[in-house]
Design a protein around this ligand. Structure first.
Ligand code: PAF
Length: 279
């Protein structure tokens, strides 16, 4: 495995590598969800590039940034188990941003103004800044992102199209624990009891899916809200079914089986999100 700390040395190295190049941007603390993206990048490309960088501009909360799990040695070990030919980029913030660590401003077509965008100010501008920087700098042919962060995936697809970047963005299915909990780096912060409670997000989504053809959306929504009323420490933040491309919430009077369900909840200070195709 070759590990690069600077984009300059990496760009030079990539010019000798065979295309297609598949990139998986990550913030480390790798889990099975990331590993499935990395495996796919290895299978579908001649060269696989993984970045590990906790991007400060996408955190609206300093404590969340400070608490973000870091485990670089274990990350490198897991990557090495997939293949020793993978290229890993592990920069410091100044290699990505220079001296001023701040987001650029992008028109994200309003996709950044709902759900996670509404709750986490500036989050998607930070994501768009770092991802477009990587795609422009390394010009991968393919870039892989998990559907767990479906809103992020749509926003990255949107910005890649509008900036006419040559990279094809590929969305990959959410990987789940056996109880349905979507894999996430933040799960490491959950106790066994909290993991059991956190799996209620997926339970809520599958329950919603099971009734979307039977009752109008307004009823689905109120039944899901009721389902979360008695889940002790788990506090529902939102549940919505939206058009899967525009993220506009569907009409309350209509049936919602063609939409995508999105859910967010707090377990103590930890924010959990999940989503599911309702069809
Ligand atoms: O999904 C993530 O881990 C991050 O948002 C990403 C895409 C690596 C950008 O920092």
């Amino acid at each position: 495995m070759r590990v690069f700390r600077t984009s300059k040395s990496l760009v030079e190295h990539l010019s000798f590598e065979t295309r297609p190049i598949g990139m998986v941007p990550t913030m480390g603390a790798l889990h099975q969800g990331h590993l499935s993206l990395i495996e796919r990048a290895v299978e579908e490309n001649k060269t696989a590039l993984i970045s590990i960088f906790i991007n400060p501009t996408q955190f609206d909360d300093k404590t969340d940034l400070d608490d973000y799990p870091v485990n670089i040695n274990e990350d490198l070990r897991l990557i090495g188990e997939i293949s020793n030919d993978i290229i890993v980029y592990v920069p410091e913030a100044n290699d990505v941003y220079g001296n001023i660590v701040k987001s650029e401003y992008f028109d994200l077509g309003g996709l950044d103004l709902v759900m996670e965008g509404e709750k986490r100010e500036g989050h998607f501008q930070g994501v768009a800044t770092v991802v477009t920087h990587f795609l422009k700098t390394f010009s991968p042919d393919h870039a892989y992102f998990g559907e767990k962060d479906f809103q992020q995936l749509l926003i990255i697809s949107h910005i890649t199209r509008s900036l006419k970047l040559k990279t094809k963005v590929i969305g990959c299915p959410t990987i789940r624990e056996s109880n349905g909990l979507a894999m996430s780096s933040r799960n490491i912060l959950l106790s066994a009891d909290h993991k059991r409670l956190a799996s209620k997000l997926f339970e809520g989504l599958t329950f919603a899916k099971s009734i979307t053809k039977k009752v109008p959306y307004k009823k689905v929504k109120s039944m899901v809200i009721d389902f979360f009323e008695n889940q002790s420490e788990l506090k529902l933040d939102y549940f919505k079914i939206t058009d899967p491309e525009t993220l506009k919430e569907i009409d309350l009077e209509k049936f919602s089986h063609r939409g995508r369900g999105f859910i967010a909840a707090y377990l103590g200070k930890i924010r959990l999100i999940d989503n599911l195709d309702m069809s």
